[in-house]
Design a protein around this ligand. Sequence first.
Ligand code: NAP
Length: 435
Amino acid sequence: MADQPKPLRIGLAGLGNVGAGVYKNLLKNRSLLQERTGRAMEIRKVAVRNPSKPRTVAVPDELLTANLDDLIEDGEIDIIVELIGGIDQAFTLVKSALERKKIVVTGNKALLAEHGKELFALAEKQKTPIYFEAAVAGGIPIIKTVQESLVGNRIDSMIGIINGTSNYILTRMAEEGLDYPEALKEAQDLGYAEADPALDVNGWDAAHKAIILASLSYGFWLRAEDIYVEGIQDVSLVDILFADSLGYTIKLLAVIRLDESGGIEVRVQPSLISNGHILASVNGVFNAILVNGDVVGETLFYGSGAGQDPTSSSVISDLADAAARLGDCGGRRTGFVPHGLYGQPVAIDDTVSEYYLRLQVADNPGVLAQIATVLGNLDIGISSMIQPEEHEEGIAPIVLMLHYATFGRMKEALRQIADLDCVRAQPVLMRVESL
Ligand SMILES: NC(=O)c1ccc[n+]([C@@H]2O[C@H](COP(=O)([O-])OP(=O)(O)OC[C@H]3O[C@@H](n4cnc5c(N)ncnc54)[C@H](OP(=O)(O)O)[C@@H]3O)[C@@H](O)[C@H]2O)c1
């Protein structure tokens, strides 16, 4: 009988939400995985912060350690699965693993967004791959899709709803008429938002994922300062209702787009999309990414963007890749292939879209003319306007839908409009994304 291939020996760092899912599901589908990959998968050590904490999975005591170095120092371990989160300790762990030529699997988008360039250069030097399917959109296999299935395409755009917590909050505001604090509280009570939900609602969780997707698509590592990020904290129920009456839904969109001159636009913003577009019906904690390739055309990927089982499905798929390539990664992809064929990031002020503008103005004659003058002087056209009849004494809301203009010109218009005496509250501006 032929020798059985050696099992894949795993050092698991982190046994939290995702780590426990990986442990549980590796056991659950153990024989299926062995059949499919040709190798057994064996967890040799599990690092946690507190080994005596009660767990949802029964891990033998002798596997547990509180010392991440134990995973690195164990010469039998082939693969480090980094699921501790955070940046500094995760960076040290991943770097040490690559230095010892241990393959890395990680779900840590913040780590890759911040240190991807350096880590992938090290992976290349060490001929040791980093796999990171779980870092973007949880259970949706978008990383392998871009790297493998769409390898023959120039990526023209990716438009994603890639933060489940924000999407849940916006969905509940739209469906139930909750205001932002109520919807956030509900998301926290249901465990969708962290006790500190900052990165989810301020747009940066989606931005970290957008940096990874844009970097993969365009072959050079983008820096956080190259992209523009706004969260959903200032989206109010009144804007959701106005948008709906105009036929739009507000979503937190990550937009990655190649422009005609070869520049790359990357931004995360609450944006209006037509109610008829398929992304408008991506609700609750679900994620979706619309990818346009020059050969394939439009494709849509939809699924659970987070959670224990969906995310561990992605981690396990990376382990299966690692099992197939172990010992044979010389000359093969080590996680990121630089090519840089498609230009430079586009400055946010040069990006172009239509806009939604809501103002609170003095209920006097001539007000609209003053606003139209500011817009006209900056060559920004008005495509439609609504002014509800019911409003507070002396103050009238106006909603303007504006034609295509650069964000730079729009910001200047906003500055001038906010300075008008007749404008009584901070204007609300959102992009209208034509998809
Ligand atoms: N949650 C999701 O749905 C999801 C989806 C996609 C990607 N991710 C990413 O996956 C990673 C893990 O997320 P999570 O939700 O599973 O986090 P989590 O529930 O907070 O778990 C973190 C785990 O890491 C351990 N840990 C933290 N620092 C450590 C250290 N210095 N040494 C040893 N162990 C340490 C903790 O130990 P104790 O248990 O002892 O405290 C805990 O088991 C993050 O990068 C996250 O962005 C998560």
